[in-house]
Design a protein around this ligand. Structure first.
Ligand SMILES: Cc1ncc(COP(=O)(O)O)c(C=O)c1O
Length: 361
């Protein structure tokens, strides 16, 4: 229905619905509904003059703030204008010849790899396996590969692979000298998840990508970072980049928000309440099959007759159709977990649609 590969395309959706974009409830982009932290809003207003100067080309204060937060040396880090920029910069820098991608997965890995002429082999995750990889993935890691990209938790399923399997994948990639790129864009929403950062020191072939845009609700400001324990590789990556791609306010955001423990706690509390509520409410609807996503979004299959995305759009609700993910089709959808009132509006609209369908049957 839309020209873009992603959720969050409220301009096109609003035009289709014949409403103002501000009237749409957007469940298609997975952004923290608490909005940008008040501490950041204040800091931006106080530092508006920063727009009149070039940002520090080394982004020293930003890198120091990230390093302190992650407890790693600054030389392991490079920040970027959103994680998307880093997906492209990193994969261009690594310039792999043959990469393995899991499907379904985030679309930009494929675009970034294609741009550097990399051959791509797909590794399909299937519904029969609960959309989760297992030890067969280890066997698929063969010496002809030089890159594997994983997303944990995965987009669109929100599922985390088994930790033992992840450790085995990291070791196997080290053995075979396969660059392992792990996208942890949504891991901040999982306070109890260890993630893969603890394995960086011993595994210089491991690259971790993270985003601040979702958790801190700044997709229009944009900030992400990449971590790797080989300081000389990171220095080379930094040297290869264009200057000043992170604007002054995004850099300031990185210096402010990581210390905002109150905002982080409020986010964890909201998600701890709202995700189970939304999951349960969706699960009670007929024709829906849900998976136990652990991030700030939920993935489901709809087996009813309706064009669900269009029907909801007519009620000014935008959800993400997953029809354009390789390995999925038009039965699959992803919805962000939002505020209780927005979540209630989604459930009410879906309930009305299923009532209409059953009345017609
Ligand atoms: C899995 C995944 N990685 C990375 C990104 C990009 O994040 P950013 O907004 O920081 O560029 C997205 C955005 O939707 C995503 O879903």
């Amino acid at each position: 229905m839309f020209t873009s590969n992603h959720g969050g395309n409220i301009r096109e959706a609003a035009a289709l619905a014949g409403v103002d974009p501000a009237q749409l409830i957007d469940f298609s982009a997975n952004i923290n509904p608490l909005g940008m932290p008040a501490t950041l809003r204040r800091a931006i207003v106080e530092h508006l003059d920063a727009a009149q100067r070039y940002p520090d080309p080394e982004y020293l204060a930003l890198h120091q703030a990230l390093a302190k937060h992650l407890n790693v040396p600054t030389s392991w880090l490079m920040a970027g204008n959103g994680e998307t920029e880093l997906i492209f910069q990193l994969l261009a820098h690594l310039a792999p010849r043959h990469a393995l991608l899991l499907t379904p997965g985030f679309a930009e890995y494929r675009r970034a790899l294609s741009r550097v002429g990399c051959r791509i082999t797909d590794y399909p995750l299937t519904e029969a396996d609960g959309w989760q990889p297992d030890s067969r993935l280890l066997a698929a890691l063969t010496p002809d590969l030089d890159c594997l990209v994983l997303c944990t938790p995965n987009n669109p399923t929100g599922l985390m692979p088994d930790r033992g399997l992840m450790k085995a994948i990291v070791s196997r990639c080290a053995e075979l000298n396969i660059a392992l790129v792990i996208d942890e864009a949504f891991i901040d929403f999982m306070p109890d998840a260890a993630g893969c950062a603890g394995w960086l020191a011993e595994h210089p072939q491991l690259w971790i990508l993270r985003s601040l845009t979702k958790f801190y609700a700044i997709p229009g400001l944009r900030l992400g970072y990449v971590i790797n324990s080989d300081a000389s590789r990171v220095a080379a990556l930094r040297a290869s980049r264009e200057p000043w791609t992170i604007n002054a306010f995004a850099a300031l955001a990185g210096e402010i928000v990581l210390d905002d423990a109150a905002y982080q706690q409020a986010t964890f509390q909201w998600l701890e309440t709202e995700r189970p509520w939304l999951w349960q409410s969706l699960n009670e609807l007929p024709d829906l099959t849900l998976w136990p996503g652990e991030a700030n979004y939920l993935f489901f299959r709809y087996d009813g007759e309706e064009d669900l995305q269009r029907r909801l759009l007519a009620q000014q609700i935008l959800i993400r159709s997953c029809a354009n993910y390789p390995g999925l089709d038009k039965r699959y959808f992803r919805v962000a977990v939002k505020s209780r009132s927005d979540n209630e509006a989604l459930i009410a609209a879906l309930t009305a649609i299923s009532r209409d369908t059953n009345r017609g049957a």
